[in-house]
Design a protein around this ligand. Structure first.
Ligand SMILES: [Zn+2]
Length: 338
């Protein structure tokens, strides 16, 4: 089968790899309808998060179940399924509390930029649709697998409520879908921080009411101007750098909420600043599995169209161009067709 391996900085290759097999009785094998490149894939691609050996890539997926292990009860061959980047049994106390991405049996998925994928803990990890959806829904269903689920968690963890004011730091695909999520949750004012015209346009389509192009002190001053001088109720940090995290905390009003869903690289918080900021902090790897049934319904009922974040579609064997285009910010997010 065709799969994707990262060999080192900017050395990503599409290769013929052995087909995955059921290795545990709780596994399923799915034939992917589509997969994609994640912003977080760019950290190892750029060599910022170095890899120790050639590594199979990809953790966003949806497709048709080919085969299941003998202990899989609910997921059946022929079903269309979506799963999260983190596997979960969906039964332990952490899962039942809604934090499936920290399940006691969690594994992080990889190897999804391929034509076939083994999914551990299939019953807990995968969500099946009642029918096989038509082709036009595939990009949006794929988006629920990570990028929308993460944007949704960002809005939820930042306590976005009807009538509230939300700021979204980061105009990558997750930030843009954080805008969409904040809109769905009823935010009245949504301020997207973005310097890129095409991304500003999509942010507005998804529900942003204001765009702030400034950063650092000027950016914070602009947010304060727009929020009666006090900062926003909810701020969604969707990048993971020191600058974006401080931008988020300093743009939040005392008593407000900051969520952080970008994988942090070099972020350190200083105690006294945090103490006097008086904000709630809540983030981490998004428990996408918690939201999947609701998000799949919203897509299939045509309430949301998160698949618009895919502004580049390539055949799977051109995966290298997908990484390159995202690295150079020529594309927001690349969808790959096996
Ligand atoms: Zn669990």
């Amino acid at each position: 089968m065709q799969g994707t391996m990262l060999y080192g900085p900017r050395d990503i290759r599409s290769e013929a790899l052995p087909e995955p097999k059921i290795t545990r009785p709780t596994d399923a094998i799915i034939r992917l309808s589509a997969t994609c490149v994640c912003g977080s894939d760019l950290w190892p691609y750029r060599g910022i998060a170095p890899i120790e050996q050639p590594t199979p890539m990809g953790h966003e997926y949806c497709g048709i179940v080919e085969e299941v292990g003998k202990d899989v009860k609910n997921i059946k061959p022929g079903q269309f399924v979506v799963g999260s980047f983190a596997t979960s049994d969906n039964t332990c106390i952490i899962c039942r509390d809604g934090y499936q991405s920290s399940c006691v049996h969690r594994e992080f998925m990889s190897a999804a930029q391929a034509s076939l994928l083994r999914v551990p803990l299939a019953d807990g990890t995968l969500v099946a649709t009642s029918d096989v959806p038509s082709k036009e829904f595939i990009p949006s269903l794929l988006a629920t697998s990570d990028v929308l689920g993460t944007g949704w968690f960002a809005a939820d963890a930042a306590n976005v409520k009807p009538g509230s004011t939300a700021v979204v730091v980061g105009d990558g695909a997750i930030g843009l879908l954080g805008v969409l999520s904040a809109r769905q949750m009823g935010a009245e004012r949504i301020i997207a921080m973005s310097r890129h015209e095409s991304r500003q346009k999509l942010a507005r389509e998804f529900g942003a009411t204001d765009i702030v192009t400034e950063r650092r002190d000027e950016g914070i001053a602009r947010i304060k101007d727009l929020t009666n001088g006090i900062g926003a109720d909810s701020v969604l940090e969707c990048v993971g750098t020191q600058e974006s995290m401080m931008q988020a905390i300093r743009s939040t009003r005392p008593g407000g909420y900051v969520s952080y869903v970008g994988v942090p690289h070099g972020v350190e918080l200083e105690g006294a600043g945090l103490f006097f900021a008086h904000v709630h902090l809540h983030g981490g790897p998004a428990p996408v599995r918690r939201y999947l049934p609701q998000l799949i319904d919203l897509v299939l009922n045509e309430k949301i169209n998160p698949g618009k974040v895919f502004d580049l579609t390539l055949p799977l064997d051109q995966v290298a161009e997908g990484y390159k285009a995202m690295d150079e910010r020529r594309a927001i997010k690349a969808l790959l067709r096996p």
